[in-house]
Write a protein that binds this ligand. Structure first.
Ligand code: AMP
Length: 239
């Protein structure tokens, strides 16, 4: 049985015996995926890979159709996201596994990931699919409190999803703005997109280990819940 974790007791050095873990995190916009993936990744010492972040950084290289889909909160083509993802998970820092945030979003993408994992890791990894759940009120509060730096892409949020006390980026002094797809009408489309792909993705992974985690509350408490659940189900392979 895993040790009971309290967020105040957790130190990044606590979890240092994990082997190869492929953690696929899904959740509606504002459920806390980005924040939690980042924190869990630092505890497990594996990379957090967000296709949304990668696409925002490489936006200039997208064709106009995909760039427009991003602005509108719709999924971009599988082709555009496929090469980005495979290149990233082939990097040496992914040898002990990785956390996927925002991928796969289609069954096609899930097939692609599986065939890569079969080739790269054979059966020597532990795959966990996790869904973060948060109420509509929480999601709305979080998204309206979130700001980004348009220059360096850093994300700013309050741990309790309250309004921020800073309005410029501490690294470069740029005025913080809302993410282009955090506008209310676009958020509605992103939430709809999530509900559209959730069911096919979960059916695809019906034989995988599946966890649902309550994403409400202080972000450290949510991290603690996630780590407890992961450590309870994952049989990590030592490398
Ligand atoms: P996110 O930051 O995960 O909310 O993603 C922001 C936007 O990037 C989404 O609304 C999509 O337009 C695009 N995107 C990110 N990941 C994918 C994916 N796996 N497949 C298709 N589009 C994606």
């Amino acid at each position: 049985m895993p040790t009971q974790l309290k967020h105040c007791e957790m130190k990044p050095s606590y979890i240092n015996n994990v082997g190869t873990l492929v953690l696929i995190v899904i959740g509606a916009p504002g459920s806390g995926k980005g924040t939690q993936c980042e924190k869990v990744a630092s505890y497990l010492r594996i990379p957090h890979i967000s296709t949304g972040n990668m696409l925002r950084k490489q936006n200039a290289q997208l064709n106009s159709r995909d760039a427009n889909s991003m602005i509108q909160g719709e999924l971009i083509s599988d082709a555009a996201v496929r090469s980005l993802l495979i290149e990233r998970i082939s990097a040496v820092d992914c040898e002990r596994g990785f956390i996927l945030d925002g991928f796969p979003r289609t069954v096609n993408q899930a097939h692609l990931l599986d065939s890569y994992l079969r080739k790269a890791y054979r059966d020597e990894y532990c795959k966990v699919v996790m869904e973060l759940i948060a109420s509509k009120a929480t999601v709305t509060r979080r998204l309206s409190a979130r700001r980004i730096c348009p220059l360096c892409n850093s994300v700013f949020r309050n741990a309790n999803a309250e309004s921020l006390t800073v309005d410029t980026c501490p690294a470069d002094g740029t005025t913080l703005t809302k993410r282009m797809d955090d506008r209310e009408d676009v958020v509605l489309r992103r939430v709809q997109a999530y509900h559209d792909y959730r069911r096919p993705i979960l059916s695809y992974y019906c034989n995988a280990t599946f966890l649902q985690v309550e994403g409400e509350g202080h972000e450290d408490e949510v991290t603690s819940r996630i780590l407890e659940k992961i450590l309870a189900v994952a049989t990590f392979q030592e490398k």
